[in-house]
Design a protein around this ligand. Sequence first.
Ligand SMILES: [Zn+2]
Length: 100
Amino acid sequence: MLVTLWILSVLMLSIGVYCVIFVANEFLGFLLFFIPSSAIAAALFALRKVLVNQEEIMKKLEALSNQTNAPIPKKPCAKCGEEYEENLSSCPECGWKKGS
Ligand SMILES: [Zn+2]
C-alpha cells in the first residue's frame, strides 16, 4: 500500500515538473507537486509512528522474555539432596516440603 502511494506520488511529481517546464502551467504544476508531497509527508509521519510503536512493543517483549528466561535459583533438597528450583513448593524427587 505504501509502495503504491510512493509510485503514485513520484508519478504525480514527474507530471507536475513536466507541467511547469513544458506546459508552463504553474498552477497545475504546483497542485501536482504539492499533493504528492503532502501525501509523502503524511505517509512518512504515519510510518514513523508505527515504527516507534513497534520499537516500544519490541522493548517490552524483550524485557518480558528476559524476565521469564531468567534462571530460577536452585537449592538442594533437605531430605534427598537433589537440587530443585527454589519456586517449587516441594522436591520433585522425593516430595519433601519446606517446613515439614
Ligand atoms: Zn528431595
